[in-house]
Write a protein that binds this ligand. Sequence first.
Ligand code: AMP
Ligand code: MN
Ligand code: MN
Length: 324
Amino acid sequence: MNNITLPEIAENLLLAKRVLLLSHTNPDGDTVGSTTALARALRLCGKDTLCLCDRPIPARNLFICCEGTYSTECEVLESDLVVSVDVAAPQMLGLLRDTFEQRTDIRIDHHASADNFAAYNFVDASAAACAEIIYDLICLLPCEMCEEIASPLYTALNTDTGGFRFSNTTARTHRIAAALMEGGAAAADICETLYENVTLESLQSNALFLEKYQLHLDGKVLFLPITMADKERYGFSDENVEGYATLSRKIVGVELGMVLREKDGGGYKVSMRSRKTVDSAALCALFGGGGHARAAGATIEADSFEEACKKLLDGVLANIVFED
Ligand code: AMP
Ligand code: MN
Ligand code: MN
């Protein structure tokens, strides 16, 4: 799967003058933290570097970025090297797809179910987060670890492992987290920002969850359909409903939680989270999506929300396999 090594990536980065780092649409802590850290490291190495995402970084992830690191303007930088980080498939580039699908030189990723769309691909599916790979890469660059690099990487590692609780967490994850703390990561502040700051709006949205969830297959599958009207009724954005797939999987007896939402900009997006009995990536692949075994996503092609719900439920209920 890999046709480039980390030392070769480091070499290419150091040969480039201007580097553009691409994040995936609907950006999470890993894609934002990993690109921010790499951008800061590259700037310390004298490179003109910019991160790009198809839409503005959501408010809850803004604390990870540093001023001036991110842009949403496609043409802002005439770069000679384009590197994507945590982008599993070209559709994950979102609005940047048309411009960059054919122009991505190097793709750094940790999704096994991936589409190797870049000219050179480095994929380590054993990495809990791209942050682990980016940490190794930064160690190959001629710059010192510092708080400005360590904090975004620690945030990326922490969020993609659900606070070091998900099954992707390994001894290596903890070793890198420890090295990042030694390198200046503000771990306690980051954890407080991530986990000890519940908004009243998100608490109120639990009423929406309780009102709308459906159970299937003797309660093993929890399905939560969220329409634009639901979000408007509660004054929510996509961000407020995103956590529900993870919440669903926590419920005793639920093996697969899936949230289908009508997106703010149009389209139907499913997020799946599962326990170890269910392969979420395989189920999302039925709809052209992918991800990890325990956390995956897809966009459902349909003309209406009702049709998207039916397509999703029919596909999942007919194909789901529960392993012991
Ligand atoms: P989400 O539910 O969108 O947070 O996605 C869960 C995981 O699946 C993340 O690691 C995503 O990067 C991945 N993922 C989401 N959508 C897709 C897709 N269309 N193709 C491949 N991977 C995806
Ligand atoms: Mn991601
Ligand atoms: Mn990731």
